[in-house]
Design a protein around this ligand. Structure first.
Ligand code: KG4
Ligand code: ZN
Length: 361
């Protein structure tokens, strides 16, 4: 029996077990995170080591620093995840790792590390798409949630409106034509002089401000459910610069609130347009990704879904950002389908969730 055959046999046996425990590692950006997840739904441990302090000085993630920090932290977060779950490495059923999308060096540290664990422990290796992980954070928060549902994925690098047809099966309805939602928040925050990462800071500041202080443009997009954020971001930056040139003190809370208002309205509007025009595609709606922690987005989505009698699912706040548990959940469903990797697994920095648009543009 070859090594690959042995792993496939182990994966098939694991999939039949009453309880399946997966060790998952996430290193795609600036969090080194490991978790043990049971049956795709129960978190036995979830350890996140954030590198924010290392990058804050530079105002953003420095890829080389991220990779080095991951190398140093991987083993520690894995040991801690095993310790907190109270299980020995031998008791695991599989090892999972994010292999894309993300920073190539950061991804490679995780992929190499997990290949090592998988080989040494003789446990199958499960490759996970990071975006799929964000969606799966909802399975951990809401044990009753099952596909199909519509999901608004809003993270630092990605903004998509997808339909989750089944576990691991996605169709694309819309996406940003330029900046991702988190990226836009981070850039706007920088103009306001807020430290990295700006998204959560702009959100907190916006709570105190007037969302109608500044009116920002609503760009047109060709795709019906697509949206564009770079135009309103540029308009925002220009407005701030004009005020500074006139020697005015920036009303930061009002500006933050106005920016948040413009971005959130656009996201909610597009998601609801799709839900209204295709109720057959949207028996329920979910949010996913770092920006799903945004308070205004959560409130407005809740209102819009309540008005339509649509169930809304949001990850709990501790699962919105990058973490290992969401990777462990997505990995479980891959294991059930026999989707494992061999030791040639490579990082894929531009990995996509859906290859091309398959639904109503
Ligand atoms: O999903 P995530 O943790 O990492 C990626 O996969 O990109 O998302 C991080 C992004 C950052 O841009 C961060 O500023 C943004 O999510 N973010 C927020 C909030 N919390 C995190 N943006 C707006 N409001 C928030 N409360
Ligand atoms: Zn992420």
């Amino acid at each position: 029996m070859t090594y690959e055959e042995e792993m496939l046999a182990l994966a098939q046996n694991a999939a039949k077990k009453e309880h399946v425990r997966i060790l998952a590692l996430e290193t795609s950006c600036d969090e080194t995170a490991a978790a043990i997840v049971e049956d795709g739904r129960v978190i036995l441990s979830n350890v996140v080591f954030s590198q924010i302090d290392l990058h804050a000085l530079y105002g953003g993630v420095v890829p080389e620093i991220a990779s080095r920090a991951h190398v140093e932290a991987c083993d520690r977060v894995i040991d801690e995840a095993l310790r907190q779950a109270g299980i020995a490495a031998e008791e695991l059923d599989a090892c999972a790792v994010t292999y894309g999308p993300g920073l190539v060096g950061a991804l490679l540290t995780g992929v190499s590390c997990m290949k090592g664990y998988s080989y040494a422990l003789r446990k199958p290796l499960i490759p996970v798409n990071h975006i799929e992980g964000h969606i799966a954070a909802n399975y951990l928060t809401h044990p009753e949630l099952k596909p199909p549902f519509l999901c608004l994925v809003v993270s630092g690098g990605h903004s998509h409106l997808v339909r989750v047809e089944d576990y691991g099966v996605y169709s694309l309805l819309g996406q940003t034509t330029d900046d991702a939602a988190g990226e836009a928040f981070d850039k706007a925050a920088r103009v306001l002089g807020l430290p990295y990462p700006g998204g959560p800071r702009i959100d907190a500041l916006a709570e105190e401000g007037n969302p109608h202080y500044l009116t920002l443009p609503r760009p047109h997009t060709d795709g019906r459910y697509d949206y564009s954020l770079s135009g309103l971001k540029t308009a925002f930056i220009n407005a701030c610069h004009r005020m500074e040139q006139k020697g005015e003190v920036l009303p930061k809370a009002d500006l933050a609130a106005s920016f948040r208002e413009a971005v959130v309205s656009m996201l909610v509007e597009k998601a609801m347009l799709a839900a209204d025009e295709h109720p057959e595609l949207a028996p329920a709606i979910a949010l996913a990704g770092g920006v799903s922690a945004n308070r205004e987005l959560r409130r407005r989505m809740q209102q819009a879904c309540d008005q339509r009698g649509l169930p809304l699912y949001m990850p709990s706040l501790n699962l919105c950002g990058d973490n290992g548990a969401m990777i462990g959940s997505a990995a479980y469903y891959r294991l059930m389908r026999g989707e494992i990797a061999d030791l040639r697994l490579n990082a894929v920095p531009a990995l996509r969730l859906v290859e091309r648009r398959t639904l109503h543009a």
